[in-house]
Write a protein that binds this ligand. Structure first.
Ligand SMILES: O=P(O)(O)OC[C@H]1O[C@](O)(COP(=O)(O)O)[C@@H](O)[C@@H]1O
Length: 264
């Protein structure tokens, strides 16, 4: 592990990663209700909020839009990713080298690992190359640790999520992003399984302000070190208000109720 707390993608030991790779992973469907967000500049604007420690995008979006925001936003370059058009067993293509990510100004790199997929072995080997190259550039590595595969469809069972965090530690990630395993106890166990490696919670599809902030509060209380979120922020009419509340829940460890009241 590298001294991750010194990284610009960490603030007071925690991170809020604003993800906008959905155009690749899910396709334009995620933008149907918010067509203006098809323009990545709109989400880069949102990422200038102090609560956001970095924005996670794919190479093409980074090349096209990051130069206008490099003074105000930290960049997490997602080096693999696959479209929803792919119908095969879970896998993720390497779309960018770590050298190129560093060249275009990345502060960190991100990698999806589908533990349990028939492609797990190849993906773990690719992760080795990415992780070692990232070490050469002193870049932290964030693992999207998503156990998925033929018999394991989008599973959020406690034992699956604790295995996901442990995979991150074992393979050398600095931060692992996992789905919420359904209860504070299960999240606490998943964080314990990660040792000193940081665990952040994945956002998921859009829910109400209160439901979302309460889950974030529970995850932080359980030991998570932040959030990697997309739709729950940029699909909202007022992403700034939610980020104001998230800032309170994540960094100031306030309750969801108090954060919502303060931002009304
Ligand atoms: O594979 P899933 O569960 O559909 O979600 C993948 C998406 O979730 C993220 O990890 C986080 O975004 P969300 O908060 O919108 O779920 C994105 O980086 C990615 O595109």
């Amino acid at each position: 592990m590298i001294p991750i707390d010194d990284s610009p993608i960490v603030r007071d030991g925690k991170s809020l990663i604003l993800a906008m790779d959905h155009g690749l992973e899910h396709g334009p469907v995620d933008f149907e209700e918010v067509p203006e967000k098809l323009d990545p500049s709109t989400v880069f604007e949102t990422a200038t909020h102090d609560a956001v420690t970095c924005m996670a995008v794919q190479k093409g979006v980074a090349e096209g839009y990051y130069p206008s925001y490099e003074d105000d936003v930290n960049l997490l370059l997602k080096v693999n990713g696959t479209s929803n058009l792919w119908m095969g067993e879970y896998d993720s293509a390497i779309n960018c080298s770590v050298d190129y990510a560093a060249e275009i100004g990345a502060d960190a790199v991100g990698f999806t690992l589908y533990g349990g997929s028939n492609h797990e072995v190849e993906m773990a080997e690719e992760f080795r190359d990415v992780q070692e190259a990232a070490r050469d550039h002193d870049l932290p590595v964030v693992m999207w640790s998503y156990p998925r595969g033929q018999g394991l469809k989008n599973d959020t069972k406690p034992e699956v999520i604790s295995y996901a965090t442990r995979l991150g530690l074992e393979l050398g990630a600095d931060i692992a992003k996992v789905k919420y395993p359904g209860s504070p106890e299960a999240m606490e166990h998943a964080c314990r399984c990660a040792g000193d490696m940081k665990v952040v919670m994945s956002g998921g599809s859009k829910t109400s302000d209160y439901e979302f902030l309460s889950t974030v509060e529970a995850a932080i209380d359980a030991g998570a070190k932040g959030l990697a979120v997309g739709r729950n922020v940029w699909q909202r009419e007022d992403p700034t208000r939610l980020l104001d509340a998230l800032e309170k829940v994540i960094y100031e460890e306030e309750t969801a109720d108090a954060a919502l009241e303060a931002t009304e």
